[in-house]
Design a protein around this ligand. Structure first.
Ligand code: ADP
Ligand code: ZN
Ligand code: ZN
Length: 739
């Protein structure tokens, strides 16, 4: 009886994103498994195409005479499981994309790059080899074969590609030698050390009462997720470690998601100390081979804990006991590539049959906290740091008064005094400014003209290091004008502050201090994050200046002062989430002060000292912040009260973009006969041009997420037919930021 494989083709084309049946030739039946990749003919020209086997059948869905044959099997072991296929089907619907794209996302990056080497070595004893060499020496046309033998004698068994490259020869001498039985090919698994740490002696930590209470909630048999809402430094990580111990002792597996692994070396270190080689890290800076190795170890049950950023949520464990999502509020849990999955949602899906999802943060996202208040998530709180270590003392400084007093520097008198005092007693300081570069924008004092990037509708940022204006959206640079291009006035003013300016000012006021700066400009090299943090952690610098990169989970015992240079920066970004982001940033960065036995101090500088967000963040009063914020969201009809779809329409020609935006809007309106959804726009996006592409936006609001998604996806599909090819439409549900 014939057998047929159900194959999904690896191509992004949405029109062929379905199962195709292929007949399995007899000789391939034994190597066929769900989850292997195959090579199949496709289309009128029978182009060789890669595909994924998702199932089998005895009778194909179409006429048997039209069925084509599988050409070959590409993997010796499956690269995904039945569970992965279910997960991909769910993702396809949830994130409105193709099944093939979902399958590619859940596979370890770089599948297809073999984790094995084929080494060419000798197949005959030494004497015979000598004879062979003497014979070859006599035949000039066989000189290539001689070189190959000599090469292997010298370097040992080697990869064919290596031999070819070094000897600058073709395949044929190697092939001939193999055919003649002089050489043979051996397959060896590549081995790489994936984790470098061993279990070390641990200090015994007794959980506090609060921590124990939280741990009980985590261990409870309820299938709801748990939100641990604990102030910074309240010992959440200790709870994670204990919960994982418990899960592992039952023979189950754990996944720990962190916002960005390179920013949290200390956290992963703590997992290695506790679990040694049972834990492995998986992150984007590892090579594909290294990542595949982690995946294989997870599949083969050689490890039981995977730690990593959002993609670690796909670790191929079969018996997940717990998925921990640290710093739950972080935007990086949502993928910016298609499928735009939310690792938190994927985690809950993967735990639907008995695993536990644990969210931990000092500043829950509005969405997650709302779900907790609605009873969808169990909520536990840690209100204190262990041993009643004090929360840092915070102080808000009104920068308008500084100006009135005649202080034009970026440091208020309070902050200046505190830095000076901290330097004198040899303690460390963190200065936080949520903007890189030097000044926000430069403008003319006389006419107010602001220097803008010509390709993007945004103002240039001044970078003092190379004395240049740079666009942070497209990278375009321009020189600093001597006179205003609009009115010719000589009075050009620099507004705002960035990390570079703070660095310069620190050096001016505190010339003896050792300063480190951490932002996108100083961390582009591979290990620079780690280097900067480790220098600071070792106490080799007095002051660390940085963007939100320094706001996350670090634990530096000698930091007793945190200065927030300009708390207002993230407040007015034109985004409904700006309040939430500002609260999170200030709270998180303040939490870096006084982590150890030493008391901490936080100075927050602002031009809006009465702003409730800044005041509540200073007090770490999340609950009051939430109440205010949720009231605003309700009045404005923002998520979580409604779901908001954004459709971004962009392209190089403005008139085409506008036409397509109008056409999409027309289709939306037409299909919205009963006015179930609210359609806003089209209108130019907040940033109406990026990189020479014009951007228009339509917002679609609705109550039920699934209804809304179906509606928008159907309309966009209808709109795709006959759409101008130079215009692209991107849709996203409740996007992180709207610019
Ligand atoms: P969080 O993850 O909430 O920021 P951590 O787990 O990093 O907090 O804890 C902060 C510090 O307190 C760490 O140095 C940790 O080792 C210590 N700590 C946490 N819980 C306890 C405890 N029960 N006993 C002693 N030290 C603790
Ligand atoms: Zn001017
Ligand atoms: Zn630009």
């Amino acid at each position: 009886m014939k057998r047929f494989a159900q194959v999904i083709l690896k191509t992004a084309n949405a029109d062929i994103d379905r199962v195709f049946d292929y007949e399995i030739p007899l000789e391939l039946i034994s190597s066929m498994e769900v989850g292997v990749r195959v090579s199949v003919p496709f289309g009128p020209k029978n182009t060789r195409t890669e595909g994924y086997v998702v199932g089998f059948s005895d009778s194909p869905g179409v006429d048997e005479n039209k069925i084509k044959m599988v050409i070959g099997v590409l993997d010796r072991y499956p690269v995904f499981s039945e569970e992965t296929i279910r997960l991909s089907r769910w993702m396809k619907k949830k994130y409105y994309t193709t099944l093939t794209q979902c399958l590619q996302t859940v596979m370890p990056a770089g599948v297809g790059i073999r984790n094995e080497v084929r080494l060419i070595g000798f197949n005959v004893p030494k004497e015979e080899l000598e004879n062979e060499k003497s014979r070859l020496k006599l035949m000039e046309s066989r000189i290539g074969q001689l070189f190959v033998i000599e090469f292997i004698e010298k370097f040992g068994p080697s990869e064919a590609s290596e031999i070819k490259r070094r000897l600058k020869i073709s395949d044929s001498p190697i092939k001939t030698l193999i055919k003649r039985g002089i050489l043979k090919e051996e397959i060896k698994q590549k081995r790489r050390p994936v984790f470098n740490s061993v279990k070390t002696e641990q200090k015994k930590i007794e959980l506090t009462k609060e921590q124990n209470f939280a741990l009980e909630a985590v261990n409870a048999p309820s299938d709801k997720p748990v939100l641990i809402h604990g102030v910074t430094g309240s010992g959440k990580t200790e709870i994670y470690l204990k919960a994982i111990e418990n899960v592992i002792s039952k023979g189950k597996e754990a996944i720990v998601l962190v916002p960005e692994i390179s920013l949290t070396p200390q956290l992963s270190q703590r997992f290695f100390e506790r679990f040694g080689n049972a834990a492995a890290i998986n992150h984007s800076r590892m090579s594909p081979g290294e990542r595949i190795e982690v995946w294989q170890k997870a599949k083969n049950k050689e490890i039981s804990i995977v730690i990593g950023p959002r993609s670690a949520v796909f670790a191929p464990f079969e018996n997940i006991g717990i998925i921990i999502i640290d710093e739950e509020h972080e935007g990086s849990y949502i993928s910016e590539n298609t499928p735009k999955y939310d690792a938190r949602e994927v985690a809950e899906y993967r735990c639907r049959n008995g695993g536990k999802v644990v969210y931990g943060t000092a500043t829950p996202s509005i969405k997650t906290y709302t779900r907790a208040l609605n009873g969808e998530i169990d909520l536990v709180k840690l209100k204190n740091r262990p041993f009643n270590r004090e929360m840092p003392v915070t102080e808000i400084v009104d920068m308008r008064q500084e100006l009135a007093f005649g202080n034009r520097s970026i440091f208020s008198r309070r902050l200046y005094d505190e830095i000076k005092y901290n330097l004198e007693r040899n303690m460390q300081t963190i200065l936080f400014i949520n903007r890189r570069g030097y000044s926000t924008f430069i403008s003319c004092r006389k006419c107010g003209h602001v220097m803008m990037c010509k390709r993007c509708n945004v103002s240039y940022t001044y970078h003092s290091h190379d004395n240049i204006l740079r666009c942070h959206y497209c990278g375009q640079t321009a020189s600093v004008p001597e006179i205003c291009p609009e009115c010719g006035s000589k009075y050009i003013k620099y507004f705002g502050t960035g990390t570079q300016k703070v660095e310069e000012e620190v050096k001016r006021f505190f010339p003896s201090a050792v300063v480190l700066r951490m932002d996108m400009d100083t961390t582009s090299k591979k290990n620079s994050h780690r280097d900067i943090l480790s220098e600071f952690g070792k106490g080799n610098a007095d002051i660390l200046i940085g963007t939100q990169m320094i706001a996350k989970g670090h634990d530096f015992p000698k930091v007793t002062l945190v200065g927030v240079i300009a708390a207002d920066i993230s407040l007015n970004t034109g985004d409904y989430r700006s309040g939430e982001t500002t609260f999170q940033l200030i709270t998180q960065v303040s939490g870096r002060a006084g982590r150890d036995m030493l008391a901490g101090k936080v100075v927050i500088q602002t031009y809006n000292p009465d702003n409730y967000i800044i005041n509540l963040a200073a007090k770490s009063d999340y609950e009051s912040f939430y109440e205010k914020e949720i009231a605003i969201r309700k009045t404005m009809g923002y998520p979580p009260f409604t779901n908001l779809f954004s459709a971004l329409i962009f392209g190089e020609r403005e008139n085409e973009v506008i036409d397509e935006a109008n056409r999409l809007s027309y289709i939306l309106e037409k299909n919205n006969g009963d006015e179930k959804f609210m359609i806003l726009g089209p209108s130019p996006a907040v940033i109406s041009k990026i990189n020479d592409e014009y951007r228009w936006r339509i917002f679609i609001k609705g109550n039920d997420e699934n209804d809304l998604r179906d509606f928008v996806v159907n309309c966009v599909n209808e709109h795709r037919k006959g759409r101008c090819r130079r215009v692209t439409v991107n849709i996203s549900l409740n996007p992180q930021s709207i610019v």
